[in-house]
Design a protein around this ligand. Sequence first.
Ligand code: ATR
Length: 267
Amino acid sequence: MDQYAVVGNPIAHSKSPSIHAHFAQQTGQQMVYSTLLGDEVDFEAQVRDFFSKGGKGLNITVPFKERAFAMCDILSKRAKQAGAVNTLLMGKNGDLFGDNTDGVGMVRDITQNHGQSLKDKRILLIGAGGAVRGVLEPLLNEQPESVIIANRTVEKAQALAEHFDCLASSFEALQGDFDVIINGTSASLSGHLPPLKDELIGKQTWCYDMMYGKERTIFLQWAYERGVTGADGLGMLVGQAAESFYLWRQVRPETASLVDQMRQQMK
Ligand code: ATR
């Protein structure tokens, strides 16, 4: 049977095997998807070994996405722009192909599962690390009116803004409200909220957190307390997996029902 896996460190709690098992069942694909604990020293050798034994595809997660990027023979445009790879497959001639499905997974979750168009919208993107870099190209493809990147370390926001031809700001200098606010900082994970002013939220604002959790994230709490709604990144997790699945199997699974099911199981 065709073999797939996700490589990361740590990896034991990855939801990817159950997500892909669900997709395989839903679409009638014969495949096995397992976890591989990535080795800080031998990661590249592990990847080569997996494919030399006939493995069909890998997902790559923290902290190996940049190393996977560096070892690819061919990169998709969005992987090049992200500077990181979360999906690998081997071409017939033995070339290693790398793609990044994180951004498109997020955009499809926002636009399809949550019905929020990004076209002509004024978007505030919070954070300037790998997570934000990974979503910028697919986000800009939606033709928003503007994208401003705000970050604690403003130089990092400026570097990204220059590369992707959008705007950068400190939190303090932001003015007025936004149509869509996306949190891509890791601050939520430790229960911290960047210093966001109340005036960033208008009646129309919709918020998205790339993080997710059993409880509403601290960023979404901030939004709801100010009278607007939004969604967390559980659908992004399922969405990026669906895009990887499509690359490998040329079948696009349906995602909304799985997100609902996973949400129920988290309760
Ligand atoms: P990732 O790959 O998950 O994006 P990262 O590259 O370490 O991780 O980036 C983390 C992001 O969260 C950065 O934008 C970081 O801000 P700095 O660039 O100023 O470090 C942001 N971040 C983390 N903790 C934060 C906090 N407590 N308040 C505000 N921003 C925070």
